[in-house]
Design a protein around this ligand. Structure first.
Ligand code: NAG
Ligand code: NAG
Length: 330
């Protein structure tokens, strides 16, 4: 039933998109509000099937049944604005923007990136690594729905569970030859996205795929100590970031989101496309509007140099109700 609904929704959007040009979509968004600017970008140029594939986060229908961490202490003096990149400048992973390629791996990319940030912060800036999104994407079978694989989408809280129970090796970006298991899916460019092979999840490998990497697979693993889902509360999320570093947030993407180029996003479209996971790196206020600062995984040319800002305190598109993270095992 769900598949049918999704198929129908996509067909419907495809029709809407086919009959409505990018220009008029953009015009409508920009006319409807003045908080953010819509425009064409590398992602919207690729068409709805491609765009839909990027949304690989499963959002459980009933979030209320998931246990939430209740023991977060709310920080007393939460600053009006905060940027993890400038707070912890030695942790370079915080400012890095990933490119998930043509795969619904946002759930894994966001978790691995936030885990990299947290490993660095909790080590007192001594351990600077990229935790491998590849390893998580390819090997966490618990993270996906039965019969599916990582690129078909996954559950963020299960990614953090995997990090705690099984551990994840290091691995840099595509073609970086960095770490034990670098990312194997190419950034989304036209040529590669037409390649069928690129559509599939890489196989799970229990060895370092980077032959030149000197550390063994087993020794290269990093582990979480805890994994948790935060309460739906702005100050809880802020307190967790202030204390431990960036978190992963999952939210519902409406069609207009793809066209984001700058400003503070709020929903204008009613076409729901899917679930997406991202990494929250800070917050602020602009012209009296509170926002979260967020790293996306659609490359640096999308949005504000790969990041976006979204309205804060209003649970915009469910942004504050499915926030996950974990603490690091030292
Ligand atoms: C991690 O990846 C980024 C690119 O996303 C790269 O700039 C950085 O050097 C990598 N870190 C390490 C420790 O290799
Ligand atoms: C994006 O990066 C460019 C070049 O570094 C910089 O001039 C610009 O201010 C950045 N934009 C935002 C929104 O951060």
């Amino acid at each position: 039933m769900e598949k049918l609904v999704v198929t129908f929704a996509v067909a419907f959007i495809a029709v809407v998109v086919a009959t409505e040009s990018d220009d008029s979509i953009i015009e409508n968004i920009n006319r409807a509000q003045n908080m953010w600017k819509a425009g064409k970008n590398e992602i919207t140029d690729k068409g709805i099937e491609y765009m839909k594939r990027l949304l690989g986060t499963k959002i459980p229908e009933n979030l209320d049944i998931l246990p939430r961490r209740a023991d977060i202490e709310i920080e007393e003096n939460i600053p009006t604005s905060f940027d993890a990149r400038t707070q912890w400048p030695h942790c370079t992973s915080i400012g890095s923007i990933k490119n998930q390629g043509h795969c619904g791996s946002c759930w894994a990319v966001a978790a691995a990136s936030a885990a990299s940030d947290r490993v660095c912060i909790s080590s007192g800036f001594k351990v600077v690594v990229n935790i491998s999104a590849e390893n998580l994407l390819a090997c966490c079978s618990d993270c996906t729905d039965p019969g599916e694989r990582g690129c078909d989408g996954g559950y963020p809280e299960k990614a953090w569970n995997y990090f705690k129970k099984i551990g994840i090796v290091t691995g840099g970006d595509y073609d970086s030859a960095e770490g034990c298991q670098p990312y194997e899916i190419a950034p989304s460019d036209e040529e590669v996205s037409e390649n069928e092979e690129n559509y599939y999840t890489p196989p799970c490998q229990k060895k370092c795929t980077n032959k030149k990497y000197p550390v063994s697979f087993r020794k290269d693993k990093h582990y979480g100590r805890t994994s948790y889902l935060l309460k739906q509360s702005e100050t809880t999320i802020q307190s967790d970031i202030l204390k431990y570093g960036p978190v992963e947030a999952a939210f519902t993407v409406y069609y207009d989101f793809y066209y984001y180029t700058s400003g503070i996003y709020k929903q204008t479209s009613t076409f729901k496309v899917g679930g997406h996971a991202v990494r929250v790196i800070g917050w602020g206020v602009e012209n009296g509007v509170k926002y979260w600062t967020v790293a996306n995984s659609w490359g640096k040319s999308w949005g504000e140099n790969g990041t976006f800002r979204i309205r804060r305190g209003t649970n915009e598109c469910g942004f504050e109700e499915y926030v996950t993270a974990g603490l690091i095992k030292k």
